[in-house]
Design a protein around this ligand. Structure first.
Ligand SMILES: [Fe+2]
Ligand SMILES: [Fe+2]
Length: 318
C-alpha cells in the first residue's frame, strides 16, 4: 500500500471554470483572489472604468454652477453632491484596480477617448434649473441602473455600489427639492424648470444604453451576473417612476406619445433618437471636446501632486 500523497494536484482550467460557474449559479460573490475567465475580467474592467469615468466627468456640468449658486445653502448642497461624485469615481477606480487595472492608465484611456463615459454629461447646463433636473432625472436614472448592481457578482463592485446608491438617493432628493422650490416661485422660474426638463428628458432615457436588440454584450453580462436587468427593462422602470414625479412637480415630459397602458401597467413612450445618441457617443455632442480638454488639463496640471505623493509613499513604505 502506498503512502497517501500530501500534495493535491493543481486544479486545471476546466475545474476552475466549473468552480466559477458554480459560484455564479449560487449567486455568491467572485472576489479578487478567485480565478475568473479573462472575458469576465475584461468586461468588468471596461464597465467599471466607464462607470468611474462617468462619475468624474459628471462633476463638470454641475461644477460649472458652484460659483453661481443662488444661496449659501444651495452652494453647500451642490458642493457636497459634486464631492460625492468624486468619491464615487475613487471607489470605482479602486474596484477596477482589484482586477489588475491601473488607475493612471484608465485615466489616459479616457483622455485618449479609448474608453467611454456616459453620453449624458456631454450636454451643457444652461440655467440653475439644470442642477435640479440633473439631480432628479440623471441621478434618478443612475439609481435605476445602479441599485441592481449592488447584487453584481463581483464583490468589490457590488460593495462599492451599496454606498454609492445611498448617496445617489440624496442627489435625487436634493434635485427634486430644488425643482419643487422653483415651481413654487415665479412664472419665470417655472419656465426655467420646464425648459430644463425639455432638454434633459430624452438624453436621460438614453442613459440606459441602446435597445436590447442592439446590445450584443448584454446577454453575456447577464449570464455572468454582472448585469441583472436588460437596458429596456431598466428604461421602462425609470419612465414608470418618473411620470408620477413629473405630475407632482407640475411639469410636462416632452413626449406626446407618453401614455399609461392599463393592460401592461406600464407607460408607453415615443421613439428615442438613437442617431443623436450615437453622434454624442462618437464625440460630437455639445460639450464632448470641453469635457476632455478639462480632464486632460486636470491630469497635467496636477501631475506634480501625484509625483510628490508617490515619492512620499515610497519613502515611508506605505
Ligand atoms: Fe455618482
Ligand atoms: Fe449622483
Amino acid at each position: 500500500m502506498s503512502a497517501p500523497t500530501l500534495q493535491r494536484p493543481a486544479p486545471d482550467e476546466a475545474d476552475l471554470q466549473r468552480h466559477f460557474d458554480a459560484v455564479i449559479a449560487a449567486e455568491h460573490r467572485i472576489e479578487p483572489r478567485d480565478w475568473m475567465p479573462d472575458g469576465y475580467r475584461r468586461t468588468l474592467i471596461r464597465q467599471i472604468a466607464q462607470h468611474a469615468h462617468s462619475e468624474i466627468i459628471g462633476m463638470q456640468p454641475e461644477g460649472d454652477w458652484l460659483l453661481a449658486a443662488p444661496s449659501l445653502r444651495r452652494k453647500a448642497i451642490l458642493l457636497a453632491k459634486v464631492q460625492d461624485e468624486a468619491g464615487h469615481g475613487m471607489y470605482l477606480y479602486s474596484a477596477a484596480e482589484t482586477l489588475g487595472a491601473d488607475r493612471a492608465d484608465l485615466t489616459d484611456k479616457l483622455i485618449e477617448r479609448k474608453q467611454k463615459y456616459s453620453s449624458i454629461f456631454n450636454y451643457p447646463t444652461l440655467t440653475y434649473a439644470d442642477v435640479g433636473v440633473i439631480g432628479w432625472l440623471v441621478d434618478g436614472a443612475a439609481i435605476c441602473n445602479q441599485v441592481p448592481l449592488c447584487r453584481s457578482s463581483y464583490g468589490p463592485y457590488a460593495r462599492a455600489m451599496i454606498r454609492i446608491c445611498k448617496e445617489e438617493s440624496f442627489h435625487q432628493r436634493q434635485g427634486y427639492e430644488l425643482l419643487m422650490t422653483m415651481m413654487r416661485g415665479t412664472p419665470e422660474q417655472r419656465a426655467m424648470v420646464q425648459d430644463a426638463v425639455d432638454r434633459w428628458w430624452w438624453p436621460s432615457l438614453m442613459m440606459f444604453g441602446p435597445p436590447d436588440a442592439d446590445s450584443p454584450n448584454s446577454a453575456q453580462s447577464m449570464a455572468w451576473g454582472i448585469k441583472r436587468h436588460s437596458n429596456d427593462e431598466l428604461r421602462q422602470r425609470y419612465v414608470d417612476m418618473s411620470v408620477p414625479q413629473a405630475e407632482v412637480l407640475g411639469v410636462t415630459l416632452p413626449d406626446p406619445d407618453l401614455e399609461y397602458d392599463p393592460a401592461t401597467g406600464h407607460h408607453r413612450f415615443g421613439a428615442i433618437d438613437w442617431d443623436e445618441f450615437q453622434r454624442v457617443l462618437a464625440g460630437d455632442g455639445p460639450a464632448n471636446a470641453e469635457r476632455i480638454r478639462r480632464r486632460r488639463a486636470a491630469r497635467d496640471d496636477n501631475a506634480w501632486v501625484v509625483e510628490a505623493a508617490t515619492a512620499y509613499a515610497s519613502k515611508h513604505g506605505s
